[in-house]
Write a protein of this length. Structure first.
Length: 121
C-alpha cells in the first residue's frame, strides 16, 4: 500500500474555501458535546433522561447499578458541559436534558440498533 500523495494540480480555491470554513465554524462546543457523550455511563444517563424527561441521582443509581456519588460525578460533568439542567423538589434534585441538546441526542439515539428500521423480508 502506497501512502504517498502525488498531486498534479492543487485546487487553491477549494483549499482556501475549506480553510475559511474551518475558521468561521466553532468546533470547541461540538468537541465538548462529543467528549461528554463519548463515555458509556454518561451516554446511558442521557438516554434515560431523554426517555423519562427527568430523573434523580437515586433513580439513576438504581437503574445503572452504580453508587449515587458515582452518578453525581457524571451528572456534574454533564451539567458543567451545559447538557443537563436540574430542579430541586424538597430534598430531591431532578435532572433533565437541556433544550438545545435534545435534538442532537435524538440523532445519536436513532443510531441504536433497536431504533433502526429493519428491512422487510
Amino acid at each position: 500500500m502506497n501512502n504517498t500523495c502525488i498531486r498534479v494540480f492543487a485546487d487553491t480555491s477549494q483549499i482556501s474555501r475549506c480553510k475559511e470554513e474551518l475558521v468561521k465554524n466553532e468546533f470547541s462546543e461540538l468537541t465538548g458535546f462529543l467528549n461528554l457523550t463519548g463515555n458509556v455511563v454518561r451516554l446511558k444517563i442521557l438516554y434515560l433522561l431523554k426517555q423519562e424527561n427527568e430523573l434523580c441521582p437515586c433513580d439513576l443509581s438504581d437503574i445503572l447499578g452504580m453508587t449515587v456519588p458515582a452518578i453525581s460525578q457524571h451528572l456534574k460533568k454533564l451539567k458543567e458541559g451545559g447538557m443537563v439542567t436540574n430542579r430541586k423538589s424538597g430534598q430531591t434534585i431532578f435532572y433533565s436534558i437541556e433544550g438545545p441538546y435534545r435534538s442532537a441526542l435524538n440523532i445519536l439515539f436513532d443510531l441504536l440498533p433497536e431504533n433502526k428500521i429493519q428491512p422487510s423480508l
